[in-house]
Write a protein that binds this ligand. Sequence first.
Ligand code: CTP
Ligand code: ZN
Length: 152
Amino acid sequence: MPELKVSAIREGTVIDHIPAGKGLKVIEILKLGKLSNGGAVLLAINVPSKKLGRKDIVKVEGKFLSEEEVNKIALVAPTATVNIIRDYKVVEKFKVEIPDVIEGILRCANPNCITHYEYVTTKFYVISREPLKVRCHYCERTMEEEEILANL
Ligand code: CTP
Ligand code: ZN
């Protein structure tokens, strides 16, 4: 079978090796549906992959990710690779990594948590990566994958 071709981008970021079916969620959490720079966003779903069987790919023209954005991707797509593209070449490649402590990017699922009433930065400790599980620093509520994805 001939290899499936997805357009190369000139300048920007390719988020590769996303678990199949999670690409749209990556677009959602990075708010790429309303990208302000006018660049194109490409999504490939269910592409054959040697490592993963099937994978999704998100390509974003003219955008480079912040550390916070990379950490968000790690929570949704822990197998993802981030490629930075300049002048059509991959100039940097790294795997995302779930940090030990997640600050500021997740809401607490406990409606009574102080983080909903005071201006404090949320803080969670990662207690397991597979399956994903975190604990709120303020109320000790634990959250598993489904709740985490709903509160990004
Ligand atoms: N890519 C792109 N535009 C470019 C260059 C690369 O969209 N101008 C994409 C490729 O299609 C691929 C990813 O960026 O999805 C990484 O490119 P590359 O490192 O060349 O591919 P591989 O060697 O297959 O990557 P890996 O080893 O990480 O699987
Ligand atoms: Zn809490």
